[in-house]
Design a protein around this ligand. Structure first.
Ligand code: SAM
Length: 179
């Protein structure tokens, strides 16, 4: 098979991206330490046309050389805001009508395959720090916790991998199956 050339991928421009319909999802990064992880989340959110990213706590902010290494320009397409306190981001998103969901391993979590997002609703998906996960105060202020099942020896996925898995799942359930 012949691989497609860049000009055959038919990607939208940044202004076209800003104007296009979005997946009704906001991604919240709760003190993600690695700038490379932050940049990769931007690139992943661009790929799934996520509405916005809320960067919280110690999460780095663009412009930053290390973020750009992995974002590859996606910091220009996906809109973002910064909140020192992740609870401020949660309050803002709740007020905007988002259902607040921690993506985390927790008691009474719902497995990703069992969660059915509803058409017409908006979802804020909160991802946590590489060591400590989503902060405890945030875990007390969520509507749901979604966990990705794992079958191997490691405790958790890398945060960016977990974002890719969950966003693809939401895209399939809200857009592919919903159409
Ligand atoms: C490396 S993990 C953090 C692991 C940490 N030991 C903890 O206590 O949560 C970083 C982030 O990735 C996401 N994550 C990783 N694996 C996950 C899984 N199996 N289910 C849900 N979220 C996961 C969560 O958002 C988590 O906060």
């Amino acid at each position: 098979m012949r691989k497609l050339k860049l000009d055959e991928l038919n990607r939208v421009s940044v202004p076209e991206f800003k104007a296009q319909e979005k997946l009704p999802v906001a991604v919240v990064l709760d003190s993600v330490r690695s700038m490379h992880n932050v940049g990769s989340v931007f690139r992943t959110c661009d790929g799934f046309a996520v509405e916005q990213i809320c960067l919280c706590g110690i999460t780095g902010q663009p412009p930053h050389r290390e973020i750009e290494k992995t974002a590859l320009g996606a910091t220009q397409s996906v809109g973002w805001t910064y909140y020192a306190d992740p609870l401020e981001a949660v309050a803002y998103l709740r007020n905007e009508g988002y259902i607040i969901i921690a993506i985390e391993q927790a008691e009474n979590s719902i497995m990703l395959n069992s969660f059915e997002p509803e058409d017409g609703k908006k979802y804020a998906l909160i991802f946590g720090n590489e060591v400590n996960g989503v902060t405890d105060d945030v875990m007390k202020n969520i509507d749901y916790c979604i966990e990705i099942p794992q079958f191997g020896t490691k405790h958790s996925f890398n945060i960016v991998v977990s974002a890719g898995i969950v966003l693809w799942d939401f895209y399939c359930k809200l857009v592919v199956e919903g159409s």
